[in-house]
Design a protein around this ligand. Structure first.
Ligand SMILES: Cc1cc2nc3c(=O)[nH]c(=O)nc-3n(C[C@H](O)[C@H](O)[C@H](O)COP(=O)(O)O)c2cc1C
Length: 166
């Protein structure tokens, strides 16, 4: 039977919390990006990928360093980011559905989103990406998430299973 896999990158733990809400709703394995497989397991039919928005897109070593300096001992992702993982991911040659999400600051004044960059890369890797990327919002760089965002993530994930937009 086909299963779901959730892969996340997170500096302060906010993207991790959203990934875990999605993972629970999908009964999926949830893995931090440094532990994510570079060859997608054969039985994965649904992939969900999330990362924090850094400098209008996906993190880079320099933005992760800046986040790590702020996070201190609380740092979650100490290794590679989703950008480097997707660069390393082997072609899978079969139909796999994928969804992209990010966390980002609330309000609309900053352009760009890591989720958009993830969706673009997933499509380039021949994943089926059926919907627009999804953003969940934090109140400041270290968080916390806006009240209700984990519940919104749960609803989004449930909608993936039924094919209805959240
Ligand atoms: C170096 C750096 C750059 C950032 N750039 C952006 C940005 O361009 N747009 C935005 O909305 N948030 C930006 N943020 C805020 C992050 O999106 C926020 O820290 C993240 O959602 C927290 O998730 P995490 O706890 O999983 O790391 C930035 C944060 C850092 C540390």
């Amino acid at each position: 039977m086909s299963r779901a896999l959730v892969v996340y990158e997170s500096m302060f733990g906010n993207t991790k919390a959203i990934a875990e809400a999605i993972g629970t709703a999908l009964a999926a394995e949830v893995v931090e990006v440094s532990d994510a497989p570079d060859v997608l397991p054969e039985d994965v039919g649904l992939l969900v990928v999330g990362a924090p928005t850094h400098a209008f897109g996906l993190s880079r070593p320099a933005t992760r360093k800046s986040a790590a300096d702020q996070a201190g001992a609380e740092l979650v992702s100490a290794g590679r980011g989703v950008r480097e993982w997707l660069d390393a991911l082997a072609p899978h040659g079969r139909r796999v559905t994928a969804h992209a999400f990010d966390t980002r600051l609330r309000g609309g004044w900053l352009p760009g989103s890591a989720a958009k960059a993830i969706a673009k890369r997933l499509r380039a890797l021949h994943f089926e990406v059926p919907e627009r990327p999804m953003s969940f919002h934090v109140t400041g760089t270290p968080g916390p998430l806006l009240v209700g965002e984990p519940a919104r993530a749960t609803a989004w994930a449930r909608a993936m299973l039924t094919g209805t937009p959240a």
